[in-house]
Design a protein around this ligand. Structure first.
Ligand code: GLU
Length: 470
C-alpha cells in the first residue's frame, strides 16, 4: 500500500515551529517508504486567511526542504466538490436539513446546561419531520447524522487506542445556511479525495477525529491511520507562542540557522533514537518511526537549538558551509563566490560562531575593507609605542620568505622578545589593525589566511592612524 501523508496548514499566520515539526513528521513518514506527501492550504476561513501567510508557508516549506509531490491544493478552489459530497450525504440519508433557529438552539443549550448536561443538538429536525416543515422560512443548515449508539475507536499510532461514545457526539453542521461547507467536512472530503493513508497532526485536533471518522465511514471509504502529535511548550510550561521567540520559521533563516539543524532539533522534540542527538536528513529517513513519537508534550529549548546548529556547522564540508552562508553574505553586499579563501575562512571562524549570521559577521573583515576601528579597542590597547611595534612587525612580515602561520608567529614573537613587552602589547594592535576590533581567531592564522598583501597594507594604514590617536 502506498503511504500518503499530508500537511494542511491554515494560512492565518506564519509557518511556526509546531507546524514545521508536524510537516516534518508527515514528510518523513511519506519519504521513508517512497510514498506521497501532499500540501494543502486550508483557507476556507476567508476572514483570517491571508496571501502573505500562504507565501510564508510556501517559503518555509521550501527553505526547510520539505518538498511535496502533490499540491499546494487550496480548499477555496474545491467548494463545488464539497457541495457535491454534502448532497451525496443528504441523498443517502446520512445528513439532513436543520431549520432550528439560533434562539431555539440557545434556549435548548441553556436548558441542557441548567440540568448539568453537556450541550448537544437534541436532534429535533433529525427525528421530527413536522418541526422541519414548520420552520422552513429560514435557510437550513445541513447536519451530519452521527450514529446514536456504539463508539468510535481511534487506534492512534502515538497515543494508543482512544474510544469515544457516539452519544457524546453532536450532529455536526456540515453546511452553513449559505451552503458553505464547514471545516470538518472539507478536511474529510480532502483526505478522502487525496487518498490520505496517514493523518499526522497536532493533538489539538483530536476532538475532531471521531466526527471525521464517522463521516468517512458514512461515505464508505477506508479510514486513514491517525497519529496525534503532542504540543510543544515553552520553558514556562505554556503553549509555545511569540513570547517564547517562537516566530515563523523564516525568522530562523534570518537568524542564521541551517534548515537541517532546525529539522534535527525539531525531530528530537518528541522523538528519540537511543541517545543520539545529531542526525543528518538521511539518518532521519532511516531511523524515524512515527510510532516512536512521545505521548507527552515537549519543551522548546532555544539554547539546545543553538547547540545543534553549531554542531551541524562544525560537521559540514567547508564548501557546503560557504554555500549555506551565501544568503547571509549577500545581505552584507558580499559576493562570496569571488573569494577563493572563503572555505578556509569559514573553517577558521566557525569554532566561535554558532549561527551563519555570526559566522558572516565575524568574517566580514576578510572580505571587505576596514572603515573604522573599534573605539573601545583603540582606547584599551593603543599606546604611544604601538605604532613603533607595528612597524617592526610590518618589516618582519615583508621580509618573510614563507607566508605560513608558523612563520608569522615567529615574527610576532620576535618583536615581543626584542622589545621585552607582553605578547598582547604586540598582538592586540595587529588584531585591531587587520580586523578593526579585538575579536578574531589567533593572529597568526588570521594573517596567514588574509594573505601578505592585505595584511601588510592594513598594518601600514593602521600605523598612520594609531600614531595620531595615541
Ligand atoms: N488546518 C489545520 C491546522 O492548521 C490542520 C488540520 C488537520 O491536520 O487535519 O491546524
Amino acid at each position: 500500500m502506498e503511504i500518503v501523508t499530508r500537511f494542511p496548514p491554515s494560512p492565518t499566520g506564519y509557518l511556526h515551529i509546531g507546524g514545521a515539526r508536524t510537516a516534518l513528521y508527515s514528510w518523513l513518514h511519506a519519504r521513508q517508504s517512497d510514498g506521497r506527501f501532499v500540501l494543502r492550504i486550508e483557507d476556507t476561513d476567508r476572514e483570517r486567511s491571508t496571501d502573505e501567510s500562504i507565501q510564508a508557508i510556501l517559503d518555509g516549506m521550501d527553505w526547510l526542504g520539505l518538498d511535496y509531490d502533490d499540491g499546494p491544493h487550496y480548499q477555496t478552489r474545491r467548494l463545488s466538490r464539497y457541495q457535491e459530497v454534502i448532497q451525496q450525504l443528504l441523498d443517502s440519508g446520512d445528513a439532513y436539513h436543520c431549520f432550528c433557529s439560533k434562539e431555539r438552539l440557545d434556549e435548548m443549550r441553556e436548558g441542557q446546561r441548567a440540568k448539568g448536561l453537556k450541550p448537544k443538538y437534541d436532534g429535533r429536525c433529525r427525528h421530527d419531520a413536522k418541526a422541519l416543515e414548520g420552520g422552513q422560512e429560514s435557510d437550513p443548515v445541513v447536519r451530519f447524522k452521527n450514529p446514536e449508539t456504539g463508539a468510535v475507536v481511534i487506534k492512534d499510532l502515538i497515543k494508543g487506542s482512544i474510544s469515544v461514545a457516539n452519544e457524546e457526539l453532536d450532529d455536526l453542521v456540515i453546511a452553513r445556511p449559505d451552503g458553505m461547507p464547514t471545516y470538518n467536512l472539507c478536511v474529510v472530503v480532502d483526505d478522502m479525495d487525496m487518498g490520505i493513508t496517514h493523518v499526522i497532526r497536532g493533538d489539538d485536533h483530536i476532538n475532531n477525529t471521531p466526527r471525521q471518522m464517522n463521516i468517512l465511514s458514512a461515505l464508505g471509504v477506508d479510514l486513514p491511520a491517525y497519529a496525534h502529535v503532542p504540543m510543544i511548550l515553552g520553558e514556562d510550561g505554556k503553549r509555545l507562542s511569540k513570547r517564547h521567540g517562537a516566530v515563523g520559521v523564516m525568522q530562523y533563516r534570518d537568524d542564521g540557522y541551517l534548515p537541517d539543524a532546525l529539522l534535527n532539533y525539531l525531530v528530537r522534540l518528541g522523538w528519540s533514537h537511543g541517545d543520539q542527538e545529531l542526525f543528518s536528513r538521511e539518518e532521519l529517513l532511516k531511523y524515524f518511526r512515527i510510532e516512536d513519537v512521545n505521548r507527552s508534550a515537549s519543551t522548546f529549548n532555544p539554547e539546545k537549538l543553538l547547540w545543534v546548529n553549531h554542531e551541524h556547522m562544525k560537521a559540514m564540508e567547508p564548501a557546503t558551509l560557504v554555500d549555506a552562508a551565501v544568503w547571509h553574505y549577500d545581505q552584507q553586499g558580499i559576493n562570496i563566490a569571488e573569494h577563493s579563501n572563503a572555505g578556509d575562512v569559514v573553517t577558521l571562524i566557525r569554532e566561535r560562531a554558532s549561527t551563519l549570521k555570526e559566522l558572516v559577521d565575524q568574517s566580514l573583515f576578510f572580505f571587505r575593507e576596514i572603515e573604522t576601528y573599534d573605539e573601545a579597542a583603540i582606547k584599551k590597547h593603543i599606546r604611544e609605542a604601538s605604532s613603533g611595534l607595528l612597524k617592526q612587525v610590518q618589516q618582519g612580515l615583508e621580509a618573510l620568505s614563507d607566508w605560513a602561520a608558523e612563520d608569522i608567529h615567529h615574527i610576532v614573537q620576535g618583536v615581543v622578545d626584542k622589545n621585552d613587552v607582553g605578547f598582547g602589547k604586540v598582538a592586540q594592535p595587529i588584531r585591531i589593525a587587520v580586523t578593526g576590533s579585538t575579536q578574531s581567531p589567533s593572529i597568526d592564522q588570521t594573517l596567514a589566511l588574509m594573505g601578505r598583501e592585505q595584511a601588510v597594507q592594513r598594518i601600514a594604514a593602521a600605523i598612520t592612524v594609531f600614531s595620531e590617536v595615541s
